[in-house]
Structures are given as structure tokens and as C-alpha cells.
Design a protein around this ligand. Sequence first.
Ligand code: GLU
Length: 498
Amino acid sequence: MLKVRTRIAPSPTGDPHVGTAYIALFNRCFAHQQGGEFILRIEDTDQVRSTSKSESDILAALRWLGLSWCEGPDIGGPCGPYRQSERSALYSEEIKTLLDRGHAFRCFCTADRLNELRARQMQEKAALGYDGHCLKLSQEEVTAMLEQGIEHVIRMRVPKEGDCVFHDMLRGEIRIAWQQIDMQVLIKSDGLPTYHFANVVDDHHMQISHVIRGEEWINSTPKHLLLYQYFGWTPPTYCHMPLLRNPDKSKLSKRKNPTSINYYRDMGYLPQAVVNYLGQMGWTMPDGREVFSVAEMTAAFDLSRVSLGGPVFDVDKLTWLNGKYLREQVSDEEFIRLYRDWAFAAHKVARIVPLLKDRVDRFTDVAPLAGFFLAGLPAIDADSFAHKSLDAEVIKRILQFTLWSFENLPGFSRDGIEHTCMSLAARMDLKIRDFLFPLFVAMSGKAVSTSVVDSISILGLDITRARLRHAITVLGGISNKEAKVLEKDFQQFGGIGD
Ligand code: GLU
């Protein structure tokens, strides 16, 4: 019988997302319940957006949650390497098969032509997608263009008529008209594969039996199945999990909710509670119990019991569950150890102490000065922002512009934070002292504290984002209309530039 093998295949292009952990959890439970294997592959085909920092953060976050894998870039395994950027030779080899069989073709269309095509299709309200222009090229023409070294991509052929019909473990039969499927680029002009091609080639070579992934991939599945057919490979079984949602039922997004696993770690949630809560997303234990471990979930796991109603990731409910863990699952001794490890994490304390030393005379001075490093959202209200020359509107503008700039700041380094503040203050025509005032209050709850730039850098983007947002909220928030105006002003005034 076919061995069950599942995988999580994150793209290292940002913070470790709770959605990645959720999909990893269900893949792992399914595989282990079936006596199978769960592996981790890094899909870094997007060379511009992929970073090794994001990769190591994702691995660390999954490890923190206890979602271990038995093969992966960090531990190797029989189907390695497990990083797509290290598997180029395989993709070059495999694309030849499709070209030789006529299932894929070279496309020399310029970006200008493709843009024009798109504009025309939009104007005519026609389906968007490649029009097959280069399918008309003769072999001689292709050879000549290759000899001239003309830049090109490789696309897959897609039937024009009929439907792609496939079975989804949760949704049953899914039918998608081929007409809706684009002639997907498989190999980019730099010779590297796109997600779709690398994903299929790797799932096959890594002997993945079940692809359990988010529902946003349903529309890509016909392309993937067609590739399996072209290669003559047996496709895996597909299962598209419901997407996590904000309490207002929109797709979970960091604009409305913290989505980085690091945020939950930094806010002092227990990994067991976070993973338990993720296990409640679309899943209930057969006996209805709310507190369960990954091992218990695995033992009881049955994919057909996953419900498709959009699971809501509600931070308040997670907080409640975390409290239950602290009260009922953690002994006093464990509490001390866990709290100490969290609050006095060596890498953090080593950066905080130098900021404090010059400002304290006794240890009793430490907590009032540095307590905000260990707190959640500061206890502030609109009055906390009273200032001789800045009104609430300007203060909200400072906070919002800072937040947008920080979100675009690669690496979120101390120097980058400082530079951002200086340049924003200059562009807003504010004295740096005045500019920093609302940041001090938003971050520490007080107008005076340890250096705000250093504090922000130690607290990290996730906590900073939450505090800036909280500050904006206590100042009355920003309506959608106001946000539009602010966005426009922010762009006009150079956005994130220098
Ligand atoms: N790299 C894709 C992602 O980031 C994987 C999708 C899949 O599981 O096929 O979600």
C-alpha cells in the first residue's frame, strides 16, 4: 500500500504565519494518524521576496509549536535537497520532457505585448490570460530566436474545451472549466521554475501522497493535475482546507489581527495553547473536549470530520484558552520556569540592560522603567497623548505613517528604525522630539522611557504594530475615509522612500 506522506511547503517571504502552522498541524495529524510521514519543504522560487531570515523564522516557529517534521532543509532526508533553490537541475531536466512531448512551449512575447493583451482583455471584459500567440511559431522560428538569444519563458499547454474534474477529500467533486485556466509559465526567463512547476515536480519526487493545503490553491489544482498527466505520473490526493478568518469573517489578515506566530510567542502565549487553538479550526474532538494535545488530536484524527464553515481565528478565545492552560495545566514550578524563560530570554535582556543601567539607582527602579518590555498593550487613553503643539489628528498621522513605514522596513533593524523616524519627521516638518513623543506613549505608555528607537527594535515589529494600532484606536481610530486620505498623502510624500 502507498505510504502516506504529507508536507508543508512554506514560501519564506515573510513572518511565520499562523495559517502555515494550521496547515502544518493538519498535515502532520493526518500523516501520523495513518502511520505516515510529514515533511517540510521550502518553496523559495520567488528569489526576490524569499529570505533566509524568513526561512529560519518559519522553522523556529513550527519547532516552537512542536510541529516537528521527519525530513526537511535542516535535517536532510532521502528526497533532498528540501529547498527548491537547490533543485534547479531537476527542474531543468524535467522541463525538457514536457518540451519534447509538446506539452510545453517557449514563449517569446515581450512584457509590452503581454501588457497590451491584458489591457485589451480587461477592456473587452474577456477572460484574462495568455492568448497562445507563440504556439503558432514553427520549430525553425523557435530555433532561430533561441540562437539569437531572445529572452523567453516556457509555458504549459492547456486544453481550450471541457472541464477539469477532480476529487477533493473535503469537498467531493470539483469541476473547473479549462477555459478559466491560463497557459501558466513553468520556467521564467531566468531559467528558474515558477511555484506551479516546482511544486508538482517536487511533490512527485518527494513521493507526496496527499496534498493538504489552503483553499486558495483550488484554482491552481487543474494546472497541477494537467502536469501530472503530461508527465504520466500518479497525482496525489487533494484536500483543500478552509481558510482562517477574522471574527468579521473576512480572510485572516494582519491588518485586522496579528498573524505572525512570533507575536503570540512574544505576547506570552504557550505554544501548547496556540497549537491546541489551531486544532479547533474546523476540527472538533469526537468527545467535544476543548483542551487537547497534538498527540491526542493525532490519535483521534479523521479528515472527513473537518468542517468547511470558515473557521474564525479569534484572539480573545485563544487568550481564554491560554489562561485555562496556565491555570489548569501548568504547575507553580512550571509557571516559574516558563515565565522566567519568556521574560528573561537572554537575547532580549542583554539588549535591555544597557538601556537601563544609566537610569536606575536601585533594582526597585527597574520595573517602573522597563515593565513595558514585559507588558501587552499599555494602559493609555486619549489624554495620554496631550501635547503642547501636536493635536490628535497630527498624532494619528505620525502613528499611522510610522506603522506603514515600519511594515516596509526590510529586516526591521535598529538603524533602519532610527532612519525611518528621522526621515519621516523631516518630511512631516516636525522636530524629532515632537515626532517621537507619540511613539514613546504608544510603546511605553509614558512620555519618558528608555530610548524609543532601541525599545521598538527590541520589542520587534509584531508587538510594535499592535501597540501603534492600539494607540490609534484610543485616539478615536481612523475611518476608512480618513485612511484613504492618509494613504494618498503618504504616497505623495514619498511613501517609504528616504
Ligand atoms: N508554497 C505554497 C505556499 O506558500 C505551497 C502551496 C501548496 O501547498 O501547494 O503556501
